[in-house]
Design a protein around this ligand. Sequence first.
Ligand code: HEC
Length: 196
Amino acid sequence: MRRKAIGFAVLGIFVAAAGYVMWAIKSHGFSAREEPSRIEAWLARHARRIATPADAKSLKNPVHTTDEDLPPVRHHFVEHCSSCHGLDGSGNTVFGRNMYPKVPDLRDRETQKLSDGELYYIISNGVRFTGMPAFGGEDSPEELWKLVTFIRRLPNLSPEELKEMERIAVSAQTEGSVGEKAAGHTHGPGTQPPKH
Ligand code: HEC
């Protein structure tokens, strides 16, 4: 009996959410130029939470990243993440500002309160329908865990670190794939990555 009631409640929530999405599409179309409503943002976050397997959420970061290990990690973030997330993680970039949903500020509590396992899962698998790519087929698990460590540092990046990242961004723009090589990525842009 209780199971049935829970089943109906879940179905009810599902139908209401589907109805809401249909209504939102009908009244706002598919334009990416609007801000998601609070309900939409809440639904999307919770759907993502529910869809993340519990054992993935509870994974602990197995890679110890020291200060000496950080330069290539900063490089990696500049190369693969900063076009959307910005060098400082604020998301204040041409892409970040104009995506739907907007790219979140990775320094904010909403991101920082996610577990290491959740961050890893998001970076590895991406987030469907949002533009957040899956990096699991591109980067090794060790590289991804180091990015998790780096995301934890974003709220306290020093001006020197930011300067260094700006330098990397400028040299990557002028030198093309050279930046990828320096980050330990020997495949040029647009080519097949080696299997890690
Ligand atoms: C093409 C644009 C793009 C690139 C490149 C990109 N992201 Fe994202 N990222 C997004 C978007 C859009 C979201 C919001 C997803 C959502 O709403 O669930 C996001 C979300 C995230 C989140 C979850 C934050 C939260 O609070 O929900 C993390 C963590 C993240 N990205 C890390 C990275 C890292 C690390 C890289 C580089 C390896 C990267 N992203 C590259 C667009 C991008």
